[in-house]
Structures are given as structure tokens and as C-alpha cells.
Design a protein around this ligand. Structure first.
Ligand SMILES: Cc1ncc(COP(=O)(O)OP(=O)(O)O)c(N)n1
Ligand SMILES: Cc1nc(C(=O)O)sc1CCOP(=O)(O)O
Ligand SMILES: [Mg+2]
Length: 209
């Protein structure tokens, strides 16, 4: 399966009190990958929430990805996203198996992406492309770099950082396959608006759900 579409990422603060309702609303609008991103060290809560997401994702035929934690991903039998300081890809691939989806943060460096491809990544992520209130300190990436990456890489390319319905189109035009979004999807006033945004992101990628 070619990885292409909306990549919804959860945020524990933004989704406090409406976590499952908003995630389900996004899944209803169409989500290719859902990342569980929780930077806390509350392992029991992380396991509980990730299990609930796995159940929801299985109902909507969406792939669940765990941020940072290959051990938790292995325990649940789902994919993982690893940043440059989250541990090496090769042992994660050995742990999760050949079919698991494994993503790698490459900031704005195509060389990191080529290395990740050699080590078995399923997709590479570049960003941040716009100002992000979720991760303000992330290093910046450009459309020029994205176009070069598209020309050099065979792997699906994910883009992240401050993406909204208003600014996403040039990213798709420059070769992005996966639009990874927190605030531009979940920073909505209602579940109906989350679903509408998810559908609109899919429309940008010309994906019918
Ligand atoms: C799809 C996607 N791309 C990039 C990141 C960032 O990963 P990382 O640099 O490890 O930062 P944290 O998210 O762990 O704070 C991501 N999570 N997902
Ligand atoms: C988790 C993350 N990683 C980034 C990177 O550039 O590596 S930007 C980011 C935050 C994405 O959230 P939002 O869509 O709200 O900006
Ligand atoms: Mg990380």
C-alpha cells in the first residue's frame, strides 16, 4: 500500500476532555495514519490510551503509529515514529517486523532521509514548514528542499509543522505524500469541524474516502 493522505497526530493538552470524540471525528473524515503522541512519562495512561486508539483505528481501517516508543508499538503490534534522538531504526525494524510502518524525522536534511531509507524506514518526515504552536522550536524546512527530496527519494514523504487547510496546497504540489497535522486538524471548535477539515485535507491530496 502506498502511504498517502492525512496523517493525524494527537496532542494530549489540545485534546484534553475530548480525546476520543475528536479522534473519531477525524477518522470519520478519513485518516491514512494516526499518530499517538504523548510526551508524558505516565506509562499506564499511555498504554490505556494507545489501546483505545488501536481499537478505534481497527474499526476505521486506519494504521496506528506510536510516537517515540518502539517497545509500546511492539506490544500493540502497530507502527512507530522515531526522531533523531529516539533510538536507531535498524533494531526497531527487527523488533516490529518487515510489515510494520516505521517513520523517521529528517528535519530538512535529505542525507538523513537517504540514511533512514537504507535502514528500513517506511516514510521520511520533513519539517517544520510553518510556525508551529505545538512544537515551536523545531528546525525549519523549505519548499525548495522538499522538491529536491522528491526528486531524490523513492519513499513516501511526510511533511509537518504548522500545516493548515490554507497553507497545505504548495506542499502537495512540491511532492508531499502525507500531511502530518495536529493543530490544523484538532484545533477546531466541534467534532463536525474536525471531520470537515479531515475531508478537506483529503480533497487537497485528491483522495476520496
Ligand atoms: C510525522 C512526524 N514527523 C515528525 C515528528 C517529530 O518527531 P521528533 O523529532 O522525534 O519530535 P517529537 O514529536 O518526538 O517531539 C513526529 N512526531 N511525527
Ligand atoms: C511534532 C512535530 N514535529 C515537527 C517537526 O518539524 O519535526 S513540527 C511538530 C508539531 C506539529 O504540530 P502542528 O501541526 O500543530 O504544528
Ligand atoms: Mg520523537
Amino acid at each position: 500500500m502506498k502511504l498517502r493522505g492525512l496523517y493525524a497526530i494527537t496532542d494530549s493538552q489540545l485534546l484534553a476532555g475530548k480525546f476520543l470524540a475528536y479522534v473519531e471525528a477525524a477518522l470519520d473524515g478519513g485518516v491514512t495514519l494516526l499518530q499517538y503522541r504523548d510526551k508524558s512519562s505516565d506509562e499506564a495512561r499511555r498504554l490505556r490510551e494507545a489501546e483505545k486508539l488501536r481499537e478505534l483505528c481497527s474499526r476505521y481501517k486506519t494504521q496506528l503509529i506510536i510516537n517515540d516508543d518502539a517497545e509500546l508499538a511492539a506490544r500493540l503490534g502497530v507502527g512507530v515514529h522515531l526522531g533523531q534522538t529516539d533510538g536507531p531504526l535498524t533494531p526497531a525494524r527487527a523488533l516490529l517486523g518487515s510489515k510494520a510502518i516505521i517513520g523517521s524525522t529528517c528535519h530538512s536534511q535529505i542525507e538523513l532521509a537517504e540514511q533512514a531509507a537504507k535502514e528500513g524506514a517506511s516514510y521520511v518526515a520533513f519539517g517544520r514548514f510553518f510556525n508551529s504552536s505545538t512544537k515551536p522550536g523545531a528546525p525549519a524546512a523549505t519548499l525548495e528542499m522538499l522538491a529536491q527530496a522528491r526528486a531524490r527519494l523513492q519513499l513516501p514523504i511526510c511533511v509537518i509543522g504548522g500545516i493548515t487547510l490554507e497553507n497545505a496546497e504548495p506542499l502537495v504540489a512540491h511532492g508531499a505524500d502525507l500531511l502530518a497535522v495536529v493543530h490544523g486538524l484538532f484545533g477546531a471548535d466541534s467534532t463536525q469541524e474536525v471531520t470537515r477539515r479531515a475531508r478537506a485535507f483529503n480533497d487537497l491530496l485528491k483522495i476520496s474516502v
